[in-house]
Design a protein around this ligand. Structure first.
Ligand code: NAD
Length: 337
């Protein structure tokens, strides 16, 4: 019986991934390890998943070596989502990103080296490429991250690949574009704009909203990560893209329409520090080698996402503390990731 350890499974993408595994049926046992930071929420996993006999939830940190050794020893596969994931926070507090994303990943890899696993999926981001002014980034392109978040993710995946080359830990790396969908923490651009508009507040676009991102629905992203987990080749990196490419301004127009709001709800603010102008990945390797094929349109995905935030006001309609990243932007302005 396959035993899968999912780190960060109470976060946005990790929880969708767990539900995907459960929905596929089968007897695989899943352990979720999550520290339940401000970004994690057991509600993401849903009562059904938590009560499913195939799922065990463990609250703990990547940096607790004893827990990590114990958990990795009992699993065949590790899918590593847990991370500090908010770019704006990393501008004010790079240390916690190094601690979690770099050192935490090292602990997990070192335990995998000691105990042996059949597959270790390191979930990374297309932001490791840095700005892609023209064309698309290929898996073999150099990494030029510009913000501490992206640099910590690049460091983590490089350490992961070093464990493949040096110790034969069967590592695969995924680099996904910008993910959106139900359950994302409302500090990120899409849910931030949706929740502000649903509560009749204004939103702020960084710069002139000209930054370009590729928006991929979380279920499509999980399809790609699942395929990498099952059939990806150790030592290989896979871009997971194929969403819809939009400037932030065009994306805002779609969110306004989905929320029934107008441009009078939008104001422009100063651009964020080191805000990469464009990300774009070539995802033909995942398509051709793994059969990955995204299915969601951005319009349908946004409609579904808006509906989720309408129905889950309890998850976001509470006063928010001022965050460390607040000085880098303006109230109501969002990071694209
Ligand atoms: P998220 O912030 O929603 O979830 C992260 C989870 O990790 C949370 O549940 C949190 O409690 C947990 N966590 C944080 N520190 C921990 C620690 N020290 N020990 C154990 N658990 C800890 O993030 P997400 O958006 O779901 O992203 C998941 C992964 O996907 C991350 O590795 C991120 O870099 C990557 N990614 C995200 C996007 C995106 O657009 N959201 C795009 C590409 C890649």
């Amino acid at each position: 019986m396959l035993k899968i350890l999912v780190t960060g499974g109470a976060g946005f993408i990790g929880s969708h991934f767990v539900r995907r595994l459960l929905g596929a049926g089968g007897s695989a046992r899943i352990t979720v390890l999550d520290a339940l930071t401000y970004a994690g929420h057991l509600g993401n996993l849903s009562a059904a998943a938590l009560e499913d006999g195939r799922v065990t939830f463990v609250q703990g940190s990547l940096n607790d070596r004893a827990i990590i050794e114990d958990l990795v020893a009992g699993h065949d596969t590790v899918v590593h989502f847990a991370a500090e994931s908010h770019v704006t926070r990393s501008l004010g507090d790079a240390g916690s990103f190094v601690q979690t994303n770099v050192l935490g990943t090292y602990h997990l890899l070192d335990a995998a080296r000691t105990h042996g696993v059949d597959k270790f999926v390191q979930v990374s981001t297309d932001e490791v490429y840095g700005p892609v002014r023209t064309g698309t980034a290929h898996e073999d392109d150099p990494l030029r991250p510009t913000v501490p978040y992206a640099a910590s993710k690049a460091a983590a995946e490089m350490i992961a690949m070093s464990y493949f080359h040096t110790y034969q830990v069967p590592v695969c790396v995924t680099r996904s574009s910008n993910i959106y969908g139900p359950g994302q923490h409302h500090e990120k651009l899409v849910p931030l704009f949706i929740t502000r508009l649903l509560s009749d507040r204004r939103v702020t676009l960084h710069g002139r909203g000209e930054h370009v991102r590729n928006w991929l629905h979380v279920e499509d992203n999980c399809q790609g990560i699942d395929l990498v987990m099952r059939t990806g080749l150790p030592g290989e990196t896979y871009n997971i893209g194929g969403g819809t490419t939009k400037t932030n301004k065009d994306l805002t127009a779609m969110i306004l329409a989905a929320c029934g709001a107008g441009w009078d709800a939008v104001e422009y603010g100063p651009d964020r520090q080191a805000n990469d102008i464009r990300y774009a990945v070539d995802w033909s390797k995942a398509r051709e080698d793994l059969g990955y094929q995204p299915t969601w349109t951005l319009q349908d995905g946004l409609a579904q996402t808006v509906q989720w935030y309408r129905e889950h006001r309890d998850r976001w309609d509470t006063p928010q503390p001022v965050t460390v990243g607040a000085r880098a932007g303006t109230e109501g302005s969002g990071d694209a990731c």
